[in-house]
Write a protein that binds this ligand. Structure first.
Ligand SMILES: [Zn+2]
Length: 144
């Protein structure tokens, strides 16, 4: 089960939706998820390309808001959205949790890590390139 709500331009919305449906079918099959995506000028307002936040229950996260920069080209967009979906998966699996208002990775407090050394960011950074290739390959197979 998957429910998505996506704001933005028509073409981007279509790409966004196909990435989410593909990712879910490959990596989050058994979860019932609500995913909201907002395409924004995030770089200008927040100085970041994207973020993934849990809405609602933190003990069993199934509802998420992904915000993503709207000016990315297709290639960087696919990588960035997949990066955020890896974080979404980390929340679903319970690798990422909040305990006493601090972010934890497999029960370790990771608040003090610098951004790129944090374990959840390292996994997402490695996975985004693998997922990019997988997604392109999957789409080529579909259009052949
Ligand atoms: Zn990240």
């Amino acid at each position: 089960m998957l429910y998505t709500e996506i704001t933005g331009l028509k073409k981007r919305k279509a790409l966004c939706n196909s990435i989410i449906i593909w990712f879910k079918s490959q990596h989050l099959k058994r979860y019932k998820l609500n995913i909201f995506v907002e395409h924004k000028n995030l770089l200008k307002t927040d100085g970041i390309y994207a973020s993934c936040m849990v809405c609602g229950s933190l003990s069993r996260p199934r509802e998420f808001l992904i915000e993503i920069e709207k000016t990315l080209d297709d290639e960087n967009y696919i990588r960035t959205l997949n990066h955020e979906l890896v974080h979404l998966q980390q929340w679903c699996r319970g690798n990422l949790t909040i305990k006493k208002s601090k972010l934890h990775w497999n029960n370790e407090n990771i608040e003090d890590y610098v951004y790129d050394e944090a374990p959840h960011e390292q996994e997402a950074a490695i996975m985004q390139d693998i997922l990019y290739k997988d997604f392109i390959e999957y789409n080529c197979l579909l259009t052949e």
